[in-house]
Design a protein around this ligand. Structure first.
Ligand code: ADP
Ligand code: MG
Ligand code: MG
Length: 210
């Protein structure tokens, strides 16, 4: 298995499928602590990414992610559009024009994405945002890739599982960033929608490599 441009295109298509499939769930999560639009925003954004990918095949994973960044920035809006746009752009820059992604490069691309989200949104771990999915994903991917010779699939799975656990772990947290923070203590007891969509994106990366 290689993580090449074809893998990246499949990944982004699976992201679109996941957002369509989980649209209502993301809307319900955002209804509880936000403004009910996260599922719609993400579904619309990734449908636009699929349309863009249909116009011509990117030559590298980085190129596919750059195109995704530009599309999400212009189509998603709200808080998530610029945050995901920055995440995909930083990851694309981290991958450069390599034809294939190796385990270490995937871990570092995730770290670049997370750092971009933090630079843009200024959230810290524990603030009940998508950072709470990305930060454990980065740590798990780095640990799995550490020392080289790691199995690609193991690194992809480690990141996805850590993001999923990170999303679940937002349940008891009180939001300190974004719209949910307006609710103060009342935001506790609900899962952060952006952490859930982030986990869906990282799970789709596994599916594309399977
Ligand atoms: P909006 O809140 O503008 O309606 P969305 O509903 O699409 O945007 O996205 C909300 C998600 O964005 C939240 O669930 C959270 O994960 C994420 N988010 C909001 N603000 C921040 C921030 N400052 N840093 C990181 N993530 C954030
Ligand atoms: Mg919203
Ligand atoms: Mg909104």
């Amino acid at each position: 298995m290689v993580l090449d441009a074809a893998w990246a295109v499949k990944w982004l298509n699976l992201c679109a499928e996941a957002m369509a499939e989980h649209r209502v769930e993301l809307i319900e999560l955002d209804r509880a602590i936000g403004d009910s639009d996260h599922g719609e925003n993400m579904d619309r954004g990734f449908q636009a990414v699929v349309a863009k990918l249909g116009e011509g095949t990117p030559e590298t994973p980085g190129a596919a992610m750059k195109l995704t960044a530009m599309t999400l920035m212009s189509k998603v809006g709200g808080a998530a559009g610029p945050l995901y746009g920055t995440a995909f752009l930083r990851a694309a820059t981290s991958l450069g024009d390599s034809a294939e992604v190796d385990p270490g490069a995937w871990a570092e691309a995730l770290a670049a994405a997370r750092d971009g989200i933090v630079a843009r949104g200024k959230a810290e771990p524990g603030d009940k945002t998508m950072v709470d999915a990305w930060t454990p994903a980065v740590e798990a991917a780095r640990a799995a890739a550490d020392g080289g010779g790691a199995d690609l699939m193991a690194v992809l799975v480690a990141a996805a599982e850590a993001a999923e656990a990170g999303a679940v772990a937002t349940d008891p947290l009180v939001a300190r960033k974004g719209r949910a923070s307006y609710l103060g203590e009342r935001s506790a007891g609900h899962r952060d929608p952006g952490a859930v969509s982030s986990a869906l994106i990282l799970r789709a990366a596994v599916g594309a490599a399977a």
